[in-house]
Design a binder for this molecule. Structure first.
Ligand code: CA2
Length: 160
């Protein structure tokens, strides 16, 4: 390979779009309360595991959490411009937010919905999702592993 080819390869690597991993309200509390429902892992643990899996898959990630619905909507809009896909645990906004649904529809990138707990074994109000109808897939009840499986799915679908 000559020098010019090497330069092209390097440039393409840096042009790869990241997968946005977005987390909604109260997920910053993971590992501090309700271990019976959500386990002992903190969100920082999940971010570290995602970073390791992403590296193995050759993906870049952008990992964020917010307690604010509008900020989550803004990040989804940003992901529509800058990301190759979205892994989304929208927390309780999953069950309430038409604004989030609209933003995900508009984003035009593949979305994998993730929940740590099996929402279908829990209260009826958690059975409704405004995310599922705009997601390519849904993973729930597998704990932090769900995030890594979502990255695997996106790595398989993005061609990267
Ligand atoms: O199972 C999930 O991942 C959820 O998205 C978690 C949300 C819940 O509202 C969804 O129905 C399912 C809750 C976020 C975590 O909330 C905590 C509250 C207290 C202590 C630790 C976490």
């Amino acid at each position: 390979m000559d020098g010019s080819n090497r330069r092209v390869r390097t440039k393409l690597k840096h042009m790869t779009k990241p997968v946005y991993i977005l987390n909604g309200p109260n997920l910053n509390l993971l590992g501090t309360r309700e271990p019976g429902v959500y386990g002992n892992h903190t969100l920082a643990d999940i971010e570290r595991d995602c970073a390791g899996r992403a590296k193995a898959l050759g993906l870049e990630i952008e990992f964020r959490q917010t307690n604010m619905e509008g900020e989550l909507v803004t990040w989804v809009q940003e992901a529509g411009l800058k990301a190759s896909g979205i892994v989304l645990n929208a927390g309780a906004y999953t069950h309430t937010s038409v604004a989030l649904h609209d933003a995900l529809r508009a984003a035009g990138v593949p979305v994998i919905e993730v929940h740590l707990s099996n929402v279908y074994k829990r209260e009826e109000f958690r059975h409704k999702s405004y995310v599922s109808t705009v997601a390519v897939g849904v993973i729930c009840g597998l704990g932090p592993l769900g995030y890594e499986l979502a990255l695997e799915a996106l790595a398989g679908s993005s061609g990267e």
